[in-house]
Design a protein around this ligand. Structure first.
Ligand code: GRF
Length: 205
């Protein structure tokens, strides 16, 4: 059984999709804790409604990657039995950069979702970046987190066609619908032991 922690900062729609899919598809995953760095994150209430324990670790004033802050996360994870042996940490709209120490602690056990086809358009406002650049296709990527930004081994990607009249909002909405499909699927593959990291590649068997 994989003990799952989900880290959020806001809306929590990816978190919700993962939690619902775990139940529906009877995955060997136990969602043990949802952590938010923002007390007013909408996702906190959604997690509680779905019967998952939540904890807020306020990050106001903590700028950039901070091992001091991330240590607090690790202590909550440990209390909830999310460990480097049995755990999976899903970053789902968690608007903080993790410290290299945190990444190393949970090496190969941290996933992130990004609303673009990486390595294109990393960072913030990727949907707007895609429209401004004039690409015909964008989409989303689930990847393992490494010490860079949106740069770890890619697990799954889904493609969305960009329309001529797309705005940041309309494109984001269509990409989000795909995010809700590939993120739960990546969690399922991980829990079934089907993902092996070989160098830059996440190989799915
Ligand atoms: C998603 O678009 C995700 O790709 C990005 O942040 C957004 C989070 O949305 N990293 P939600 O909180 O999961 O609804």
């Amino acid at each position: 059984m994989t003990n799952l922690a989900i880290l959020i900062s806001g809306r929590g729609s990816n978190m919700e999709a993962i939690l619902k899919s775990i139940k529906k598809n009877k995955m060997p995953v136990k969602p043990v804790i949802v952590i938010s760095n923002k007390p007013d994150a909408k996702g906190v209430k959604i997690a509680q409604k779905l019967g998952v324990k939540t904890e807020v670790i306020e990050s106001m004033g903590v700028k950039g990657a901070s091992w001091d802050y991330d240590r607090k996360i690790i202590s909550v994870l440990e209390k909830n039995w999310v460990t480097p042996k049995n755990g999976l940490v899903c970053l789902a709209g968690f608007m903080r950069i993790m410290s290299p120490e945190f990444i190393r602690h949970f090496k190969g056990r941290i996933m992130n979702i990004h609303p673009a086809i990486l390595p294109s358009f990393p960072g913030l406002h990727s949907q707007k970046q895609a429209i401004d650049y004039g690409v015909m296709y964008s989409g989303c990527t689930v990847h393992f987190a490494d010490e860079g930004i949106d740069s770890g081994p890619i697990i799954l990607q889904a493609v969305v066609k960009v329309k001529n009249d797309d705005t940041e909002e309309t494109l984001s909405r269509r990409i989000l619908a795909k995010e809700h499909k590939i993120y739960p699927e990546a969690v399922r593959l991980f829990a079934l032991g089907k993902i092996k990291i070989v160098g830059r590649k996440a190989i799915i068997s």
